[in-house]
Design a protein around this ligand. Structure first.
Ligand SMILES: [Cu+2]
Length: 84
């Protein structure tokens, strides 16, 4: 699994966060832990794989500015979770 963090310009409130979360869920039906923060100007989600071009298009088409995206391996909480 990959955790993707997306920097987005243009989110102003909770409605914008909801829009972005909807778009992510629609674009990547397997996305989990979808979250968005207008204060931080970013959204994140966990999925099997990510098509960055698709993500960029989806966010742009919704009226927001895609700044960047970064994916990192995501570990499910297992044994290591005990030590956090
Ligand atoms: Cu808004």
């Amino acid at each position: 699994m990959l955790k993707t963090t997306v920097k987005i310009d243009g989110m102003m409130c909770g409605m914008c966060e909801a829009h972005i979360k909807d778009v992510i869920r629609k674009t990547f039906p397997d996305a989990k832990k979808v979250s968005a923060s207008h204060a931080k100007g970013e959204a994140s989600f966990v999925s099997e794989k990510v098509d960055e071009a698709l993500l960029k298009t989806a966010i742009t088409d919704t009226g927001y500015t895609f700044v960047s995206a970064d994916s990192a391996p995501y570990e499910k909480k297992g044994l290591f979770g005990l030590f956090k």
